[in-house]
Design a protein around this ligand. Structure first.
Ligand SMILES: Cc1ncc(C[n+]2csc(CCO)c2C)c(N)n1
Length: 227
């Protein structure tokens, strides 16, 4: 059994929670409160800045130039393409450049990004890839599911998000990442595989927590604006 197939079995309960979360279903049927999406966009912008750093560390830890080139290209496309979606959304949601630049990470954003950066900086390339894969894999899965809902990909607010993450390009990226992890897992001891599984499951859980954080607009207890 491929390592990714073993992970796929383990992630099922968490993915089911993702797909039925009101933030995700609300994007699908267009009923999601715009304020919640606005909150998500700002936090996701901060998330992507740190996520992009994982690609830079991936380039440093790569053992061949092909993998290194791919990480370098991903660093470029995250900063210049995926984040441009966020900048366009920011304009539409009246989020100024200053607000984006001065935004503070929520506790979950901070915990998730720091966990990934810790795994990337202190671990092997396989550990880095195990940390970043749930982000790509779960977004592609959600994007594909939401794009099946009639009219969802044309929705005036959430349509672009759905089109972007259900695109073939994102599918290819997720597939590349899955195959890279399978290659890197080959020949690893059962102890090392357990470690990879643990990192993968933790960031899968963080993906769910990120949706929940955005839905409830959860900030630090002393900064929380009560609903
Ligand atoms: C919390 C959160 N998780 C996953 C993604 C999706 N995502 C982030 S970077 C990347 C790949 C390269 O650009 C993908 C698919 C997101 N935006 N926010």
């Amino acid at each position: 059994m491929k390592f990714s197939a073993r992970l796929y079995e383990k992630l099922q309960p968490i993915w089911r929670k993702n797909h039925t979360h009101p933030f995700v279903t609300g994007m699908g049927d267009g009923t999601l409160d715009r304020e919640k999406f606005r909150f998500y966009m700002v936090q996701d912008y901060l998330y992507l800045i740190d996520y992009a750093k994982l690609f830079a560390i991936g380039a440093v830890k790569s053992e061949d130039t092909k993998t290194m080139g791919k990480f370098a290209a991903l660093l470029d496309s995250t900063l210049n393409e995926e984040m441009s979606l966020h900048r366009q959304y920011a304009k539409r949601f009246d989020i100024s450049e200053e607000e984006l630049e001065q935004a503070e990470p929520s506790p979950i954003t901070l915990a998730y990004t720091h966990y990934m950066l810790h795994s990337a900086q202190n671990g092997t390339l396989a550990e880095l890839v195990a940390a970043l894969l749930p982000c790509m894999w779960s977004y592609w899965e959600i994007g594909k599911e939401l794009s099946q809902i009639p009219g969802a990909a044309e929705h005036e607010f959430y349509g672009e998000w759905i089109s972007m993450y259900s695109s073939e390009e994102f599918g290819e990226l997720a597939t590349w990442c899955i195959e890279l992890l399978d290659d890197l897992a080959e020949g690893k001891s059962s102890k090392e595989l357990k470690r990879l599984e643990e990192i993968f499951l933790n960031t899968t859980r963080y993906e769910y927590m990120f949706w929940d954080m955005a839905y409830h607009e959860t900030m630090w207890p002393d900064e929380q604006v009560d609903e």
